[in-house]
Design a protein. Structure first.
Length: 536
């Protein structure tokens, strides 16, 4: 009997059932799209589901938008090659989906998106995926754990997982993401810390100074940089932005200096010997040090202390004395008001951490609670150590005896990891402030392929042998017929040699476009390859 769909509202006329949607999609794409293909889109959130579980419906316009997103495929294949796997671009996902729940608990350079991990770990098949590599209950290893994307997704999918990272700070971020926390106790601790920080601020003049400064800035910007008239005049060539900005920047600097004098605000720290000395104004540094000392009172509850430490680190990172345009790559400390090209007006450095601290405490709690709703009863842990020689079973047993027993009984099913790219990032240096603040031991000399070593022949050779050493060590803990997936932008063609040195072979390669989705640079892209390695 043919299914009948009744529409109660005018806008519901765009809703289709599964059968009608598969028929429409087959005609629109000129290929067979099955009901199960459409069901997959609903099940995994590619398309929003309407109606009930017994009668799922989807919006035809949203389905069209989903398929239209793949029209860019030919454009990028011209740039990156015909062997590009466009399905692995995940272009259909919004930024909020690529940074869902705990994945945005702390900034981290060089991480892959969770959808890529999910694609290779998920045991469900779709029209694009032909093989299944992992199943629920398996143990997955990431020897270059970074900020823990693989471990978080393994938990979502009902798998156990182990991460290893040379950075103790990275290990802390990962473990905070995957551990099950007492949200109520964390909330209580946050409330106490906010209250104490406010009391501390009352003994300082920087808050009233910043309020007065903001009032003067608002008046000055409204007069000299009105929106949108100012930018319109620049576009028409009626104003020379550089000359105009320099003139107004100097004029407001007189106001700024007068306010500093009035409230007796000291800006620069007495010494400039460390990152924390150089990149933070004195009022900010004083609040950082105060909150850090207050956090010591939470050390009796290690779980709470680690969560608060991650929040403090995220807060500190956002309070560096730099311009809005240089947040990603620090250039020079900023101690005065300045013309901000990004916002088209006079902006100021940060004089208090309170705003970001409150923002990030709220955001962190929200993300932890979101992850709690979908977390599975599986085991995850990240070890701080050298993947080239670490005894995985021994170190896991120290922190999680149940996971160690699982590893002993069934061994690790395989690896999904994104090793560092040769000569691209100094992983310790990106969180230099955190190492200084929390006293973590830096092990820069053990990084593989750091930026500081460049990309010359010696650096490439060292990188090749380093990655191979990691693979060789980790293989000892894997099941027979394991699968290893390494994500890399291999522009120097190093991975065939890495496979050879690891006594393995590359059995498959998945080349995917990495699309930069930020608005100012939407049309740039590069590719990376997921190398599938197996025993020779």
């Amino acid at each position: 009997m043919k299914q009948l769909i009744f529409f109660e509202k005018e806008e519901d006329k765009n809703l289709l059932g599964l059968k009608e949607a598969s028929q429409w999609a087959s005609q629109y794409l000129n290929r067979n799209v099955t009901i199960s293909n459409i069901s997959y889109l609903l099940q995994y959130g590619r398309i929003k589901k309407y109606g009930s579980n017994g009668n799922p419906l989807l919006n035809i316009e949203e389905l069209r938008d989903y398929y239209d997103s793949f029209k860019k495929e030919s454009q990028w294949k011209q740039k990156l090659g015909d062997d590009l796997n466009w399905h692995l671009s995940f272009v259909e996902y919004k930024e909020s989906e690529r940074t869902k729940h705990v994945h945005r608990l702390h900034p981290y350079k060089g991480k892959f998106i969770p959808q890529l991990v999910e694609y290779f770990l998920d045991s469900h098949t779709d029209e694009f995926k032909k093989e299944i590599y992992f199943h629920k209950g398996d143990v997955v290893l990431d020897p270059f754990c970074g900020s823990g994307t693989t471990l978080v997704q393994a938990n979502e999918l009902g798998m156990h997982s182990i991460g290893i990272d040379i950075s103790s700070f990275n290990a802390m971020i990962t473990n905070v993401k995957v551990e099950n926390h007492n949200i109520h106790l964390i909330e209580e601790s946050i409330d106490k810390l906010i209250s104490r920080l406010k009391d501390f601020q009352h003994t300082r003049k920087n808050i009233i100074f910043e309020e007065h400064l903001q009032t003067e800035l608002s008046k000055f910007n409204a007069k000299h940089f009105p929106t949108p008239e100012y930018k319109r005049k620049i576009a028409k060539g009626e104003i020379n932005e550089n000359e105009y900005a320099i003139d107004k920047e100097k004029k407001f600097l007189d106001i700024y200096n007068a306010l500093l004098k009035k409230y007796q605000i000291k800006i620069k720290q007495d010494k400039m010997s460390s990152f924390l000395d150089l990149w933070f104004l004195l009022p900010v540094r004083e609040e950082i040090d105060f909150l850090f000392e207050e956090l010591k009172g939470c050390e009796v509850h290690n779980d709470i202390h680690k969560v608060l430490a991650v929040i403090l680190s995220r807060t500190v990172r956002s309070c560096r004395a730099t311009t809005h345009a240089d947040l990603g790559t620090l250039k020079a400390p900023v101690t005065t008001t300045y013309y901000c090209k990004k916002h088209g007006k006079i902006c100021k450095p940060i004089f208090s951490i309170m705003g970001w601290w409150q923002t990030y405490t709220t955001d962190t709690l929200t993300r932890l609670m979101e992850f709690n709703k979908i977390r599975t009863k599986t085991h995850q842990t990240c070890l701080a150590g050298d993947s080239k020689k670490i005894d995985i079973y021994k170190e896991v047993k120290k922190v999680n005896s149940e996971l160690a027993e699982i590893v002993l009984m069934q061994k690790i099913k395989g690896i999904f990891s994104s090793p560092p790219y040769v000569g691209l990032i100094d992983y310790h240096e990106q969180h230099a402030y955190a190492y200084e603040l929390f006293g973590f031991e830096r092990k820069d000399e053990l990084e593989i392929g750091p930026l500081v070593h460049g990309q010359g022949k010696n650096a490439r050779d060292s990188y090749t042998h380093g990655i191979a050493e990691v693979v060789q060590n980790c293989k000892r803990y894997l099941q027979a017929n394991y699968d290893i997936f390494l994500v890399a932008n291999d522009k120097f063609n190093l991975y065939p040699k890495i496979a050879e040195l690891s006594d393995m072979k590359i059995v498959n390669q998945f080349k995917r476009p990495v699309l930069n989705r930020v608005e100012k640079d939407r049309d740039t892209a590069y590719s990376e390859t997921i190398f599938h390695l197996k025993e020779i």
